[in-house]
Design a protein around this ligand. Structure first.
Ligand code: AGP
Length: 593
């Protein structure tokens, strides 16, 4: 999704710093890039393409000014081309605007403005904003007041930042349902879609709420509400460092983040006592749990259902956030609705959270501190994965699972599971100590068109997640299935062109899954077995196999068996020369419904 940055710098030129900041938002997924600075006129450079390509043509040297805005665009309205790239301006080029989100009523506004004589250059919804700002400023309002009036006119989701030639050294910004943070540095003031953009300059952050107006000047930051009242906002210090958002010698963020998974588990386990407090608060008042999430977070939630229902007997449902509204009437005050989201900004999830807040207790399990979900849910569990830059979720998934395991174990008062969790980081490290055989085994599948992933019980969601990782970064079709369900239809597809990844941890489902392995093998499939070391004698009947510590039984297998599946997708993507960090058409933070 789009990313925005704005800055006002007391001592430095804005253009190179804006470029540096916006390049840290590349991970969000984008097709165009643009920068505007202000110094008695507005300087704009923008184009379709990646920052590295566009940057060579941008030549920032002649972009004057110590204030400015920047943007990476993920096209929603209008093709990805230079004209539709942000920043957009009014006709005179005196106001420049960047925007993340969607202005839902832009067509009515645009029709009205055109009937009043305005001329538009792009196909975007965003372009109405500088025209509206200009009209309000022509009535005598300041840029800040004009922004306040503009948000009364536009509907939808937005984070907006603007500069104006008539108000030098100033950036005015606002947000609603799209992320925006404010950074307070030493004589350097920022707004940005996400903290990695500005971590190098400051980790003192303010989180503006819906329709609050942020004004950056050389003297500091002023935040006002929709009535114009000055707000005294808390400055929070985040403990993420710029290094955490660097590749640090790894070829890609994704592989670096896979190697950080044992720490993601270790660090999230430290949340145990705060999770216990939440459980103590809700336990006696709930008779049903509903998880709501999208994508990878949905798969983490599915594991939660297996854990909670099998250990506590509490009815647990899992809903896709985008389908949530059809089930919303089944919630009541005795339902605990748990929202899982690494970003805390997913539009589908936030929409559902707002609805659930009306009837039920809500809990958000989120990786990004201060994100919208953390501010809207009644209870919050912060996963401790650190910043995740790769678009495909890996370490945030494992940290979500860790939080869900803690929740389930504490709900059931299951000390044995709590003890097992402590050992999980070591099992992950064991796998990562020697990945070469897995790499060699996987690379040869780069020309394969389809994969199946099968697992039973706790590792059925692992099969779904393994298949999603494959699709996301290798563009190979992968389908996750409950191992016992294959024979009810998809078995018809199995032949020697389709490898089947069989997830086979020790435990009560082992024998049955083994039969499913034989089932697909006898239909000619190339079986890739992922199982326990002591099973080598039976798993070696597979074409390929990967072995894991025997102590990892089926209940904790989701936290460990996913690692080789993530690695397999990574190695295939690299072998196919795809960038695993920035899969086509996908975005890290999906802020549109
Ligand atoms: C994960 O690899 C995907 N990029 C995607 O499915 C993601 O999990 C989904 O969009 C939900 O995101 P969230 O966790 O930030 O809410």
């Amino acid at each position: 999704m789009c990313g925005i940055v704005g800055c006002v710098l007391k001592q430095k030129n804005a253009a190179p710093i804006l470029l540096d900041c916006i390049s840290k938002l590349e991970y969000r997924g984008y097709d165009s890039v643009g920068i505007a600075t202000e110094n008695n006129k507005i300087y704009i450079k923008k184009d379709k393409g990646k920052i590295i390509d566009v940057n060579t043509n941008l030549d920032l040297a002649d972009m004057e000014g110590q204030s400015g805005i920047a943007h990476v665009r993920w096209a929603t309205h209008g093709d990805p081309n230079k004209l539709n790239s942000h920043p957009h301006t009014d006709e005179e080029g005196s106001i420049a605007v960047v925007h993340n989100g969607i202005i839902e009523n832009y067509d009515q506004i645009k029709a009205r403005l055109i009937s009043e004589g305005h001329e538009f250059k792009s196909d975007t919804d965003t372009e109405v904003i500088p025209h509206l700002l200009k009209d309000f400023m022509n009535e005598g309002l300041s840029l800040e007041e004009a922004m306040r009036e503009t948000v009364k006119v536009i509907h939808g989701a937005y984070a907006i930042a603007a500069v104006c030639v008539d108000e030098p050294g100033k950036v005015v910004a606002t947000r609603k349902d799209s992320p925006l943070i404010v950074g307070i540095g030493d004589g350097e003031f920022f707004v940005a879609s996400d903290s990695p953009a500005i971590l190098k300059y400051t980790n003192n952050i303010i989180y503006p709420e819906r329709d609050e107006i942020v004004t950056l000047t050389m003297d500091g930051v002023n935040i006002t509400d929709i009535e114009g009242n000055v707000l005294d906002k808390e400055i929070e210090t985040i403990d993420w460092t710029p290094e955490m958002a660097q590749k640090e010698g790894f070829d890609h963020f994704m592989i670096k983040e896979i190697y950080e998974e044992s720490d993601a588990v270790r660090n999230t386990l430290t949340e145990k006592e705060s999770i216990r407090e939440i459980i103590d608060d809700v336990k006696d008042d709930i008779n049903k749990i509903v998880f709501v999430a999208c994508g990878t977070s949905y798969h983490a939630s599915l594991t939660g259902k297996y854990l909670i229902e099998s250990m506590s007997g509490i009815t647990t449902e899992v809903l896709l956030a985008s389908e949530f509204k059809y089930s919303a009437k089944t919630l009541d005050e005795r339902t605990l609705v748990i929202f899982i989201s690494q970003s805390g900004e997913t539009a589908d999830t936030l929409k559902a959270l707002d609805v659930a807040n009306e009837t039920s207790k809500t809990l958000a399990i989120v990786n990004v501190a201060g994100s919208s979900a953390t501010r809207r849910a009644k209870y919050v569990i912060q996963t401790q994965a650190g910043p995740e830059i790769g678009v495909a979720a890996t370490k945030t998934y494992i940290s979500q699972l860790t939080a869900i395991y803690l929740l389930a174990a504490l709900l059931a008062d299951n000390q044995e599971l709590l003890d097992k969790l402590e050992k999980v980081p070591n099992y992950i490290d064991e796998i990562l100590e020697d990945v070469e055989p897995l790499k060699i085994m996987t690379e040869k599948y780069k020309y394969t068109d389809d994969f199946f992933y099968i697992g039973r019980g706790f590792v059925y969601p692992t099969a779904l997640e393994g298949a999603l990782k494959l699709k996301e970064i290798t563009y190979i079709h992968g389908e996750g299935y409950a191992a016992g369900e294959l024979k009810h239809g998809p078995l018809a597809l199995i032949d020697n062109c389709i490898p089947v990844v069989v997830i086979l941890p020790p435990g009560e489902n082992h024998r049955k899954t083994m039969s499913n392995l034989e089932e697909v093998k006898s239909r000619g499939a190339d079986v890739i077995g992922i199982g326990a070391k002591s099973d080598e004698g039976i798993i070696n009947k597979s074409k390929d196999y990967f072995l894991i510590n025997d102590e990892v039984d089926d209940i904790i297998a989701p936290l460990v068996y996913i690692i080789p599946l993530q690695l397999m997708s990574y190695y295939i993507a690299v072998e196919k020369n795809f960038d695993p960090d920035k899969p086509k058409n996908l975005a890290k933070c999906v802020t549109v419904e």
